[in-house]
Design a protein around this ligand. Sequence first.
Ligand code: HEM
Length: 269
Amino acid sequence: MSYGDYLDLDTLLDAQHPRAVPPQHDELLFIIQHQTSELWFKLVLHELRSARDLIARDELPLALKRLARVKHIQSTLAEQWTVLATLTPSEYAQFRRFLATSSGFQSLQYRCVEFLLGNKNADMVRVFDGRPAQQEQLEELLHQPSLWDVFLQLLARRGLAVPPELLDRDWSQPYAENERLVEVLAGVYADPEKHWDIYETCEELVDLEDNFQVWRFRHLKTVERIIGSAKGTGGSSGVPFLRRALSLTFFPELYAVRGRIAEGTIGHD
Ligand code: HEM
């Protein structure tokens, strides 16, 4: 078997189909930037699903290994925006209309990552109307516990007083911050040595969320420099829509507990 056979390069390298008529030099960059992102999303999903299942089986060290890899992929994805930033507004304008109404908003894998991390939103399933296989994939994740949900179940198995309503609920509903869970995490952060692997996992999750926000921010700033205040091809308000996503959080209690530490209400004998 050759290199090209193993990697199925004929398929991969034949999957770029610029649409502009007449052809526009910069459309290939636009396509490849999206395709490479989708390839990395595929690996992120693979690692996150595995991490979630490992946590459910109490295999925390291996789950942390998975999350470490995800963090490096996120760094690559964030760095990658510098390539697209070489696309000027006038260059993009030469092929934008050929995208019609297609938009990253319709990225199935991106939505799957969001659901796996806990940002559930049942309305997103409708984006894939007419595509039953995609809908089924998203629907399945919508109804499964997220990485955060299984982590809370692990905390409960370790004897921490996680509120019962967080341990068995309708997983398709958006996650809401829980004050009593902040108390539980406050206990972990007050004595890291006693709860080391839990404490370490919490910090890994904060890294993950932080990196996710960096991706959102870099996307927003790249979009802003390319289309300014124009609406998106997917029909949203564009930059204002993307800015709203910056207020989303996957693990709200991990941020709430930081406020408590900073205020000095925990962490001091
Ligand atoms: C010229 C480059 C780009 C522009 C102008 C752009 C613009 C936009 C806009 C305006 C939206 C909001 C939805 C809409 O109305 O279309 C959006 C969403 C999105 N874009 Fe991009 N984008 C660009 C590149 C990329 C790339 C390279 C990716 C990588 C996969 C990407 C992934 C996404 C995703 C996942 C969303 C949904 C975000 C969410 O719902 O929070 N975009 N994009």
